[in-house]
Ligand binder design. Sequence first.
Ligand SMILES: Cc1cc2nc3c(=O)[nH]c(=O)nc-3n(C[C@H](O)[C@H](O)[C@H](O)COP(=O)(O)OP(=O)(O)OC[C@H]3O[C@@H](n4cnc5c(N)ncnc54)[C@H](O)[C@@H]3O)c2cc1C
Length: 266
Amino acid sequence: YVAFLGVPAPGAGGHVAGIKTTAKSDGDDYVISGGKMWITNGTQADWICLLCNTGEGPVHRNKSLICVPMKTKGVTIARKLDKLGMRSSDTAQIYFDEVRVPKRNRIGEEGKGFTYQMVQFQEERLWGAAACLKAHEKTIQNTIEYTRGRKAFGKPLLDNQVIHFRLAELQTEVELLRSLVYRAAEALVAGEDVTQLATMAKLKAGRLGREIPDACLQFWGGMGFMNETLVSRSYRDSRLTAIGGGADEVMLGILCKMNGTLPGKA
Ligand SMILES: Cc1cc2nc3c(=O)[nH]c(=O)nc-3n(C[C@H](O)[C@H](O)[C@H](O)COP(=O)(O)OP(=O)(O)OC[C@H]3O[C@@H](n4cnc5c(N)ncnc54)[C@H](O)[C@@H]3O)c2cc1C
């Protein structure tokens, strides 16, 4: 089965508490109306785990997670989105028009959806950071091989100190991220709250997702700009890490809130 997670709505975006999709109670069913944007696997999924408003109360306590089979009447895949990167994965915009699902499809308690989603985000963000490690390692390794083989001005490109030093520095960054990810994963497995470490790992992964492919691509010269090279794909695909699963700025907001440095509401 292919499943996907539906959090963001057109207009609400990274502001999870502000989503507008509603699930109205009707006997033993919910009747769901609204829309979701940027849904990975959206065109081929069997069901969606949907975050929607099931009540009127405060925005952090009025949401629930509901599993909706995609074949249910009223579910429309509005369009497959055309993306800069991650082109081997489909992303869709989905609408829900009076979609009726039984209440037993709800995950956990009604009104706890926001809390469950925040807990899920810690694993998703940690996974996001972990998934980058091998990709970056490979990008750096490929760049070492390419620049060793390519000669310019009578010597391999790699022999320029600016290149081999920079690649060593990037390797160091990857290992630092790996250590943080391993530490956070260990804490997660031990049942600890890893919000801070997972957020830091996701932030750092987002930063490196921009830095490493960009730095490496430069050393490939014109070849780096060609679709046939892996480094150009890495440049496009890695850009998502700083946005998906919560943008870097949202990560910084969480960290500042935990640090007590976020200005209070006036
Ligand atoms: C290819 C792709 C696949 C995705 N797949 C899924 C999926 O399967 N399921 C799912 O639920 N979501 C998915 N998403 C959504 C993703 O999580 C959101 O795009 C992300 O959380 C950012 O929200 P937004 O795009 O609405 O940006 P916005 O909220 O519109 O923010 C735009 C930019 O403003 C800045 N910004 C935002 N908030 C702040 C702030 N508080 N302070 C300072 N600056 C800020 C950031 O730079 C941010 O990038 C996917 C997105 C993409 C692009």
